[in-house]
Design a protein around this ligand. Structure first.
Ligand SMILES: *Cc1c(COP(=O)(O)O)cnc(C)c1O
Length: 461
């Protein structure tokens, strides 16, 4: 019965559904309406007793699934920091999905191994990082941050004469963990998962843009891990890597940069001043699925200490003989892993250095355009638009929150909220290649309509 899986018609059908979806992406409500959400109940049923019909299953998924999707690929999704998807990267992933490769070892997939090697070397080239820098290909920045800090934890303990893998935390010398008050939640999570304890974090004060104030940095020493940020998730601001990184290097501390979306600024001629000094860090985390617009599930950890990274992630990996070639699993916590290097390779191969620059700088230009237009329409701008993030508010928190809800309900575009310096704010992330000037102008209109409606509601009360 499973031969049906080789049924070409089935894949053709999936392709047809996908084409339909892509064709309508621009007209679709950005967020699904109530009816589509209600339709999701169709999936609630007991586990089927017997084997089903593949075509019917696909039809069901398309019928009730497609309408309930959030239209991230259409150009007017500005929520969180979610990238769009570059067509050739998507197509390459389809192919890789059909191949069903496992990236664990060279002997399991020479192709995945080779493309990881190529992506690793291209990333070094893009950022001007030395040859010793290695890359691990993981699901996203959450895990990439975890890997970077794990490598730092291994190395710093090693420097203190302690093998954290074998000896653990009991009776261990104290390792300090230092980060800014605006560190991303996933940094805090990684710190907790790695056993340091959130209460032991030494928090550094930040300025009104969320940047670490270098003068507030505590004394650093060889027992310290410092986590910096390239791209504050609300304001888009960058820490001063040159000043802080130099201080950390001189003290033999470990520096990790959380650059989920922001590190890509370093790949743009006009924006790379933002990441100046980044090469002073030991490890970096970034996402293909944000700024680079690969499909989801594409994160990268870069580390200048191969031994620290591989030992941190494979405390007991010696049971597998390493080959002459790259065995991807040693650079990630997982063993079996899909070949996500395929879509990363395709995106970078397609864009090249110039295309990446154009994409990244284009997002910045889009952010500038929307911020200027919203200012003209009377919204207050709360951040310096250094990259692709824009924060605006109305004259009161109440109107700001209601305006945001109205925008979300309009289907015209989607934006999320943030609390910024104790004020309610609307956060706009320009993160998709598909966002055009007219998408931005349409979004601005939606903002104005939503605010008018919020003001009406208020005065009618
Ligand atoms: C999105 C983001 C993360 C988490 O990345 P995921 O890919 O969602 O795991 C971490 N840090 C920053 C600054 C981010 O923007």
């Amino acid at each position: 019965m499973f031969l049906e899986m080789r049924d070409k018609d089935l894949l053709e059908q999936a392709k047809e559904y996908a084409y339909d979806y892509l064709d309508n992406a621009l007209d679709r409500n950005v967020f699904p309406g109530a009816e589509a959400i209600e339709g999701l109940r169709r999936f609630e049923e007991p586990l089927p007793d017997s084997v089903g019909n593949p075509k019917e299953i696909l039809a069901l998924l398309n019928r009730f699934g497609a309408d309930a999707t959030v239209s991230q690929i259409g150009g007017r999704y500005f929520g969180f920091v979610n990238g769009g998807v570059i067509p050739v990267s998507l197509a390459a992933r389809w192919l890789a999905d059909a191949w069903d490769q496992n990236s664990a070892l060279y002997v399991i997939s020479p192709l995945a191994s080779k493309l990881e090697e190529v992506c690793e070397s291209w990333l070094r080239e893009l950022y001007g990082l030395p040859d010793k820098v290695v890359a691990g290909f993981v699901s996203g920045s959450s895990l990439a941050i975890f890997c970077g800090i794990a490598a730092g934890r291994y190395r710093i303990f090693q420097n203190l004469g302690w093998d954290i893998n074998r000896q653990g935390f009991y009776g261990a010398p104290k390792v300090r963990i230092v980060t800014g008050r605006q560190a991303h939640g996933t940094v805090v999570k990684a710190i907790a998962l790695l056993g340091f304890g959130i209460e032991n974090i030494e928090w550094i004060d930040t300025d009104d843009q969320g940047r670490i104030i270098p003068a507030k940095l505590p004394e650093l020493d060889q027992s310290t891990i410092v986590v910096l940020q390239a791209g504050n998730v609300s304001s888009g601001a960058f820490d001063d890597f040159e000043r802080i990184g130099t201080k950390a290097r001189n003290a033999n501390a470990w520096v990790h940069i959380d650059g989920a979306f922001g590190l890509w600024a370093g790949a743009s001629e006009k924006l790379k001043h933002l990441t100046r000094g980044m090469e002073r860090a030991n490890s970096f985390s970034l996402d293909g699925h944000k700024t680079l617009n690969t499909p989801y599930d594409n994160g990268i950890v870069l580390c200048d200490d191969k031994e620290a990274l591989t030992h941190a992630l494979h405390a007991s990996g010696s049971y597998i003989v390493r080959s002459e070639n790259r065995d991807g699993m040693f650079y990630t916590p997982e063993m079996s892993r899909r070949a996500r290097s395929v879509e990363l390779w395709a995106a970078m191969k397609y864009l090249g250095r110039e295309g990446i620059d154009e994409l990244v700088y284009g997002l910045h230009q889009g952010a500038l355009r929307i911020s200027e237009k919203l200012k003209t329409e009377g919204f207050a701008l709360l951040n310096e638009v250094v990259f692709n993030q824009v924060l605006v508010k109305c004259h009161s928190d109440e109107v700001t929150n209601q305006t945001m809800k109205n925008i979300q309900g309009s289907g015209e575009c989607w934006v999320g909220g943030a609390t910024w310096n104790d004020m309610a704010a609307i956060r706009i992330s320009v993160c998709s290649w598909a966002t055009t000037k007219s998408d931005i102008d349409r979004a601005v209109e939606a903002f104005v309509t939503a605010r008018d409606k919020a003001l009406d509601t208020q005065s009618n009360r």
